[in-house]
Design a protein around this ligand. Structure first.
Ligand code: SF4
Length: 156
């Protein structure tokens, strides 16, 4: 099974400041469960690394804006996430990371009064989670059940 994972969590230095958020245990989990982890980073594909950080904001009638060095890049993030998930049409899951305007299950938006799913989760047809939820065996097993169920449905 192929599962997409935020490239910075996989261990690649693709965060806006050139750092990573590696979570080494995820590699052993993947090997144990015959899973191919595929690192993806929408922001690095769009803007390279290093780059300016992105902040989401609700702006009147414009809706949600993704500010990056004074420019709105939110539409680009949505389109790139769609392109990535379409490119990996055989993937059965995505593991993101909290606090990211692109890869978080629940990201804050200034002036909105609530959180939203970041583009990678909005555009994924398969089950998604965040790396923080993969730190316990119980949660890892629950995610595995979800992706196996998705895969079985897809193959039937
Ligand atoms: S866009 Fe996603 S994969 Fe790329 S650095 Fe940000 S959180 Fe990591």
């Amino acid at each position: 099974m192929k599962i997409l994972i935020s490239s910075c969590v996989y261990g690649n230095n693709v965060r806006w400041n050139g750092s990573n958020r590696a979570f080494e245990d995820i590699h052993a989990w993947a090997i144990d469960n015959n899973i191919e982890l595929v690192p993806v980073c929408p922001e690095n594909e769009l803007f390279g690394t290093p780059r300016s950080p992105i902040k989401l904001e609700q702006v009147g009638d414009k809706g949600i804006v993704g500010w990056m060095a004074g420019k709105d890049v939110y539409r680009k993030l949505l389109d790139k996430a769609f392109e990535i998930t379409s490119r990996h049409h055989d993937a059965v899951g995505f593991i993101g990371i909290a606090g990211s305007p692109s890869c978080s299950v629940s990201v804050g938006v200034k002036n909105l009064g609530s959180t939203i799913k970041a583009p990678m989760h909005q555009q994924s047809l398969f089950p998604t989670t965040e790396i923080n939820s993969m730190r316990t065996e119980l949660n890892r097993d629950m995610f595995l059940k979800r992706v196996r169920k998705y895969e079985n449905r897809r193959l039937s």
